[in-house]
Write a protein that binds this ligand. Structure first.
Ligand SMILES: Cc1cc2nc3c(=O)[nH]c(=O)nc-3n(C[C@H](O)[C@H](O)[C@H](O)COP(=O)(O)O)c2cc1C
Ligand code: SF4
Ligand code: SF4
Length: 247
């Protein structure tokens, strides 16, 4: 059985994980809830967004815990610029002594959109092109024609510096009067960073900058730096309730 471990806040990585599952089978596991080390699987396919040319916190944290002999294949996705994230991922896995076989990077719609909106036509265009890229990646996996990323010169500590600043994003979130107190943001936050304070949604200091609360609040009641004009994004091809679940 293949293990498809994923992190996702707006569904792009889940979409890729589901396409992989449809073609080659396997169990989909949401990384923040996954307590294993992958040794129960014959192969691990890890699907993750790129954050600040690096990885989300939960991915940084799980990689060193993975079983060293199980084959690891990584599919990263990004909104605009991958930087050297694929090579960094490869290097990080090698440093941990993992059996890393391939790292792929592909473009999906951007979700780091707190300060701008992406036009709808461009989102649709990106999603359409993504399907072919996902199929190519799966073909490569199925034929064992694995691909490793090209060497990149960016220093590893740059990425770690980015990671250590993510909680600062959470300090700029607030909720507006549009909030209907449905508690959805509390339940979907992977870092347990959201709570009620005097009847109002509040944020602690453990934010991992996934932007899940921002995009998925049904009222657009969570705003960044007090601004409320930007569009929200959820991958239209996944069932939103499945984001953050094992399938
Ligand atoms: C904190 C954060 C940092 C990001 N950094 C990058 C980046 O460096 N380069 C990039 O192209 N996209 C970046 N993105 C965009 C995501 O990688 C992209 O939209 C991804 O498809 C989201 O996947 P998801 O829907 O599975 O969460 C970032 C998104 C977030 C939330
Ligand atoms: S998801 Fe939105 S509406 Fe629901 S409690 Fe959170 S901020 Fe309020
Ligand atoms: S507070 Fe929002 S952006 Fe921060 S980790 Fe939780 S859901 Fe993600």
């Amino acid at each position: 059985m293949i293990g498809i471990l994923y992190f996702s806040s707006t569904g792009n990585s889940l979409y890729i994980a589901q396409k992989v599952q449809k073609r080659i089978g396997g169990q989909i596991k949401y990384i923040p809830n996954y307590k294993g080390n992958g040794s129960e699987f014959e192969k691990i396919i890890l699907v993750t967004p790129i954050y600040s040319y690096g990885m989300p916190t939960f991915v940084y944290d799980i990689v060193p815990k993975l079983n060293k002999t199980t084959q690891l294949i990584v599919i990263q996705n990004y909104g605009g610029m991958a930087g050297g994230a694929d090579y960094f991922m490869y290097q990080y896995a090698v440093e941990q002594g993992l059996n890393i076989k391939a790292v792929y990077a592909m473009k999906m719609p951007e979700n780091f959109t707190t300060t701008f909106s992406v036009p709808k036509f461009y989102i649709e265009h990106t999603l359409k092109n993504a399907d072919k890229r996902i199929d190519d990646i799966i073909d490569s996996i199925c034929t064992f024609n694995y691909r490793l990323p090209q060497k990149c010169k960016t220093k590893v500590d740059t990425y770690f510096k980015n990671k250590s600043n993510w909680h600062l994003i959470g300090e700029d979130f607030s909720s507006t009067n549009a909030c209907i107190k449905c508690k959805k943001c509390i339940s979907i936050c992977p870092a347990n960073n959201i709570y009620f304070d005097n009847g109002k949604i509040a944020f602690s200091n453990k934010c991992v900058a996934c932007l899940g609360c921002y995009h998925r609040c049904p009222q657009k009641a969570i705003v960044y730096k007090g601004r409320n004009k930007k569009d929200r994004y959820i991958n239209p091809n996944v069932c939103e309730d499945h984001i953050g679940k094992d399938i």
